[in-house]
Ligand binder design. Structure first.
Ligand code: AMP
Length: 114
């Protein structure tokens, strides 16, 4: 089932898009948890990490990490470091069932994450 992120991909609702290519879209989180908080999503509708297989999605996963590195450089957080998070299902705290990687930076992160 489609989510709000599909509507962002299709430009049916607005988002602050910072990066796009054939496979990947990235936009600022509407409720930022750090000075830089960007969501990197595949254009393909994949609900969770559980639907990912290395064999089938190697290229897509590489594209998501390439996007993270490029955006981190563009946002000026590459040198000091950043955090990438993918929440999966209920215990992982996933709210939107369209695979997404959180790119968080611009402050020192805590661990454990809570
Ligand atoms: P998760 O809990 O990992 O599923 O994260 C979902 C994220 O999507 C949350 O950080 C929300 O703030 C964010 N979010 C929900 N709707 C929007 C939207 N329309 N534009 C940007 N970010 C959104």
């Amino acid at each position: 089932m489609s989510t709000i992120f599909k509507k962002i991909i299709d430009r049916e609702i607005p988002a602050d898009i910072v990066y796009e290519n054939e496979q990947v879209l990235a936009f600022r989180d509407i409720n930022p948890q750090a000075p830089v908080h960007i969501l990197i999503i595949p254009k393909e509708e994949i609900p969770t990490v559980r639907e990912i297989s290395g064999e089938k999605h190697a290229g897509l996963l590489a594209a998501m990490f390439d996007a993270a590195n490029e955006i981190a450089k563009n946002e000026g957080i590459s040198k000091d470091g950043f955090r990438l998070v993918i929440n999966c299902d209920k215990n992982g705290g996933q709210e939107v069932y369209h695979l997404h990687m959180h790119l968080l930076g611009g402050r020192r992160m805590q661990w454990p994450p809570g």
